[in-house]
Ligand binder design. Sequence first.
Ligand code: SAM
Length: 376
Amino acid sequence: MAHKSLLAPVGRAMRPAQAPRGRNVAARTAELATTTRQQQRGRERQRQELQDVVDADLLCRVADAAQAAQAARAGRGAAAAAAAAATRREQADLLASVYEQLDEEIFFSKGGWKIPPRERALIDAVSAGAAAYGEILPGGIDELLELFDLGPSDTFCDLGSGIGRVVLHAAMQSRVGAAVGLELSDSRLEQAEAAAEVLSGLGVPLRPARFARADLGSCDLEAASGGAGHYFACSTAFGAALCRSLAERLAAAPSFRVLAASRALPPQRALIKVGELGGIPYSWIPSGSLHVYVRDWQSAPAAVLARFWCAGGACWAPPRAAARGAPLLRGLAAGEEPLVLGPGAAAAGGSWMPAPRFEEEKEAGGLPPPSNPPQH
Ligand SMILES: C[S@@+](CC[C@H](N)C(=O)[O-])C[C@H]1O[C@@H](n2cnc3c(N)ncnc32)[C@H](O)[C@@H]1O
């Protein structure tokens, strides 16, 4: 269509009286036609790239995960949800009291803050400043666990696990197959192991949990974590070199699927940022972030993608996911046309549907924007 309308003026321009001007028009028309062809090729390439990277099957899985989460929430009912929240609070209080008791009994590593000078020197030598201590608070761990939706076939790993609160919280409150903490400070490891022992001595039901000494900047993460797919890093104090090395190490670990980190990591080919959760409480800030990365779309847990791609009964993938490099996502805020897979589309074969009416539906309140739009 674009070609026809561009060619129309050429006929008129060929009249003898206008020949000189006609040459300009013809040249300009040829130029415009080339630009149009290039734009069309560009759009086709973009669409192809997107389909290579985020195909309809994947979006169907994501839509199913969103539906399952919604059904679980609805099926649980208000009373059951309140009871589950009360149990979570009780478990968190119990864990807190175990650590308080240990604080009184263990000289070093009071709450993780105090470590022997030689340990501090070692950690600071391999990862400048990273010996500083801080923690994600229980409300933040709950958000993390809700995002990860860990099941018996998952292994979760806390990178720099300190005195072990996150690992033990996950072992108490999720259905995880195994929770692993990797840490360089021996005294923090000692306290984590002591807390795990006290909990099992009290007969608290725990999913398998273990702690291991490892340097995040040089270890083989696959081996050290026992093939974890889900990772957390309270990485705020990690220096730039450690962040870079950690990003490379994750990319090299075949089982890696998703990472949530308190600090943004440098872009890597196998570290695609899906989005960011806000309002996460840390010991030093009441409302921080969790930056969420996946290795690639295909291996990303559907539940994680659903958190960022679905809302109000519909799912949409970011319209442009470049095949290589990062950042791979362009937010809806950038005004791009989303591709939508509505309810029922999975059953209908799940083909991609451009959503030209998206803006109108959004304005009419039919399709709310995602609560956490993908970030650049
Ligand atoms: C901010 S604390 C987080 C503790 C825990 N993840 C939490 O959120 O409750 C970071 C931990 O990373 C550890 N760490 C720093 N550099 C490390 C390295 N290169 N290898 C292993 N652990 C490291 C520190 O000793 C510290 O315990």
